[in-house]
Ligand binder design. Structure first.
Ligand SMILES: Nc1ncnc2c1ncn2[C@@H]1O[C@H](COP(=O)(O)OP(=O)(O)OP(=O)(O)O)[C@@H](O)[C@H]1O
Ligand SMILES: [Mg+2]
Length: 459
């Protein structure tokens, strides 16, 4: 079923064709001359345009060109009298799908219409797919303008060359999965599969078979055998997302697999060797989990060969403007909107907001703002209220807000964490210039250097 726009000056022929096409379930719009057709091409919904080549006012070729301008991927069929077959061939070169030479049978008509619609759908699907692929590729490009992120990427490239297990930690939405993919893409395994599994999202009784597979009939409900993600990722990389959520019993099996490099499918008899690089992520503090006996220490050291800590977005504000530009571009393309960027006020506002949800939050905010924007630029009014009206608390106020936890705290560690965050941010803002960073913190250069050493920040 399609919306068809039909243009012919002969009323009889128009009626005949309309009737035949409507019988097949299509919806018809009619135009009796070129001027009417031009109007309807621009104002009506149509999937296919059929036009006579010879019209009283315009040539069918003009209409064809206009149709192709308006909708390059929608098919156009021309109707021509015998004498103008040569023009019809020119028309094909200009992008017409096909032509019907008078006199033609209704069967011929249906045949050409069906083929053209199928082709049109294919072309559109292709365009859509290309868009998705481009978007996916753009999404994989990591924005790393800040010192902290440039450092992370350098480390990722180095690690990618090895086969070591990697642990990526960081708050929710900081780009843990993105870094995992980056490591895979830059490794010698990049031609192999990248398989991700979210350990927190799978019911406990199914994790083992998800990971290592199961034999047919291994448990009730196991109607068929299953490969498991270790086998699916053979020759490539396996991302164990949110590994902190993995139950202790599975942690034991996983440790064995990582040590022996063989898996035993649930209910199966044999062992299967596997060649898989494992990258794990978590937003939890695994040391804490170990202390509370929710995570195995031996597994921790197995996976933790290299550790990446992704800084929260508020510690790398230099990345915000580029991320904003990238996300505006992505969503404008996705929703087919002519948006070019954001107003300086929007950029200013976003540069101050602390983003507790990190990059994912920024991404969601931009998606919302883009979808509300009808002009070429995202304005302040498109941002959610709590962001527009966000005002940072003063230090004194923040100190007032501090509440000593009921169970007490480690003050030394707490102060060290804050010192580290302040030092990092100062270095970031001063682009590595230590004199300026010291000034930002109200420290003498000597005292600044002493802290660099103490906090292991000299690199
Ligand atoms: N540096 C970056 N440059 C561009 N896009 C980024 C960057 N970091 C993260 N993103 C995008 O932000 C979103 C969140 O990233 P990702 O899913 O990797 O985070 P995560 O740490 O795994 O989050 P969660 O803890 O919620 O699973 C993704 O759409 C990702 O493409
Ligand atoms: Mg994730």
């Amino acid at each position: 079923m399609a919306d068809i726009l039909l243009c012919d000056d002969e009323k009889n022929l128009r009626d005949l064709l309309s009737l035949a096409l409507e019988e097949r379930g299509h919806q018809l719009q009619e135009a009796a001359n070129g001027a009417q057709a031009l109007k309807k091409l621009a104002s009506e919904e149509w999937d296919l345009f059929i036009t006579d080549l010879k019209l009283p006012d315009l040539s069918g070729l003009d209409l064809l060109r206009r149709a192709k301008q308006l909708a390059p991927d929608k098919p156009v069929i021309l109707i021509t009298a015998h004498a103008s077959a040569a023009t019809a061939i020119t028309a094909m070169k200009e992008g017409a799908f096909d032509y019907l030479e008078k006199p033609f049978s209704i069967e011929d008509l249906h045949l050409v219409v069906t083929r053209s619609l199928e082709q049109g759908a294919l072309v559109r699907e292709n365009v859509q797919l290309k868009k998705i692929i481009q978007e996916k590729e753009a999404q994989r490009e990591i924005i790393a303008n800040s010192r902290a992120m440039r450092h992370v990427l350098e480390l990722a490239e180095r690690v990618a060359r090895t086969d070591a297990s990697v642990m990526v930690t960081g708050e929710s939405g900081t780009g843990k999965e993105l870094i995992a993919r980056y490591i895979h893409d830059h490794s010698k395994r990049s031609h192999g599969p990248f398989v991700a599994i979210n350990c927190g999202a799978i019911p406990e009784n199914l994790i083992e078979s998800e990971l290592f597979g199961h034999a047919k009939g291994a448990f009730s409900g196991a109607v068929n055998s299953r490969k498991g993600v270790f086998v699916e990722a053979e020759g490539g990389t396996l991302l164990l997302d949110e590994m902190g959520e993995m139950p202790l019993t599975i942690q034991a099996s996983l440790l064995r697999v990582l040590q022996e490099r063989v898996i035993r499918p649930v209910g199966g008899t044999g062992e299967k060797p596997v060649d898989v690089r494992v990258i794990a992520t978590t937003h939890r503090d695994l040391m804490q989990e170990i202390a509370e006996q929710r995570f195995r220490e031996d597994l921790y050291y197995r996976i933790h060969v290299v550790n990446f800590k992704l800084p929260p977005l508020h510690d790398r504000r230099e990345d915000i403007p580029l991320l904003v530009v990238r996300f505006v571009d992505t969503f404008a393309k996705r929703y087919d909107l002519p948006i070019k960027g954001v107003s300086p006020e929007v950029m200013d506002c976003l540069s101050r907001y602390p983003f507790p949800g990190n990059i994912r939050e920024l991404q969601n905010i931009i998606e919302g703002a883009v979808s509300l924007t009808t002009s070429q630029q995202v304005e302040l009014t498109a941002l959610p209220e709590q962001i527009r009206h966000y005002s940072p608390r003063s230090n004194a106020e923040a100190a007032d807000l501090f509440k000593l936890p009921a169970e007490g705290m480690d003050l030394e560690q707490w102060m060290l964490d804050r010192e580290l965050s302040a030092m990092n941010q100062a270095l970031e803002r001063a682009e590595g210039n230590k004199t300026n960073a010291a000034k930002l913190l109200g420290l003498s250069f000597r005292s600044f250097r002493y802290r660099l050493k103490k906090l292991n920040l000299e690199e």
